[in-house]
Every structure is written in C-alpha cells, then in structure tokens.
Design a protein around this ligand. Structure first.
Ligand code: ADP
Length: 177
C-alpha cells in the first residue's frame, strides 16, 4: 500500500451513530425496514426520515439484494447520508459469502464515488447477527477498501468503525499486514 493510501484509512472504536462522516454505512437487511444491531441504532438516532426514504426505495425497487447498497439521508445523524448495504448471512462459507461481503464494500464505495462523498465510515458488515467470522470479515473489508483507495480518488477518507475490542484488534492486525 502506498503512503497516500494508508493516510486515507483508519480504525476507530465506538458508536457509528456519533460519527460526523459524510456517510456512514449501515449493515441493513434486504427489507430495508430496519432491524436490530447497528441498523436499529442508526434508525433510532437518525429519526424517521431515514425509514421514509428506505420505504420509497423499497416501493421503487423492492428492497436491496445481498451485496448491493442504497443511499438515503442521514436524518438527524451527524452524518449527512446513510449507505445501507446488505451483508451475507454466514452459512459455512461456501455459499458465496466472501464475494458477497466484498461486493458490499465495493458497491458502497461506488455510491460514494458517484456522489463525491468526502468521508465514509463502515460498520463491520455481517459480523453481528449474520455471524460472519470476524477475522475473515476484517481481512475482506481491509482488502477491498485498500484496493479501492489505490485506484479511486473518492471517497477521500475511509474509517472502519469497530464496536468491540475483538474487532478493534482484528482490524489493527489486518491493517498492519
Ligand atoms: P449484521 O446483521 O450484518 O451482522 P449487526 O448490526 O448485527 O449486523 O452487526 C454488525 C456489526 O455492527 C457488529 O460487529 C456489531 O458489533 C456492530 N455494531 C452494533 N451496534 C453498533 C454501533 N452503534 N456502532 C458501530 N457498530 C455497531
């Protein structure tokens, strides 16, 4: 990784709903109607404007498929936008999970590029209720974002927001490798 790429990438531990990034990335489900975990926290903190827009997207295109991403307002969040991406449910690893998780990162970054978003903060997609092994998920997240930053000017900065100590350590390791 070049120095210019590493300076555009960092890890912070904490609550993603507090982050003043241009966009935060939600680990949504394909209904786009909200759920638990980080999804619930984002809708609670951001207020009803986010769900309103999710419903409009759902009416237009029938939700969001696994691996894909859509963008809405950030409502009352410090972030301007929420990118909702649907991670794969871990099902042993031979059901296309790695490629689908990689697609979540690439498709979220593609929205950021399209809209020239300055900074994007990712939650650790699929590593909660969806059960993706955390070390593997961290390695995919870091690989995809690094590759993207090495070849694209936007977003200018990416933050990995880790909630727990274990993910913090795993991302630090993946970034050091
Ligand atoms: P998924 O269904 O994709 O597994 P979850 O919301 O269950 O999504 O978990 C995704 C990750 O988000 C987990 O690593 C979880 O610890 C983390 N998480 C939960 N709440 C927050 C929050 N407020 N800010 C940042 N990360 C969070």
């Amino acid at each position: 990784m070049s120095d210019s790429t590493s300076s555009r990438l960092r890890v912070v531990q904490g609550d993603i709903t507090k982050l003043a990034a241009t966009a935060i990335v939600n680990a949504a489900n394909s209904s786009l109607l909200g759920g638990g975990g980080v999804d619930g926290a984002i809708h609670r903190a951001g207020g009803p404007a986010i769900l309103d827009e999710c419903r409009q997207i759902r009416a237009r295109q029938g939700g969001c498929k696994t691996g894909e991403a859509v963008i809405t307002t950030g409502g009352r969040l410090p972030a301007q936008y929420v990118i909702h991406t649907v991670g794969p449910v871990w099902n042993g690893g031979s059901k296309g999970e790695p490629e689908l998780l990689a697609a979540c990162y690439r498709n979220s970054l593609a929205l950021a590029l399209e809209r020239r978003l300055e900074s994007v903060a990712f939650s650790s997609i699929s590593t909660g209720v969806y059960g993706y092994p955390k070390a593997d998920a961290a390695a995919i997240a870091v690989r995809e974002v690094r590759q993207w930053l090495a070849t694209h000017e936007w977003p200018q900065e990416v933050v990995f927001v880790v909630f727990d100590e274990e993910n913090n350590r795993l991302y630090e390791q993946a970034l050091a490798g």
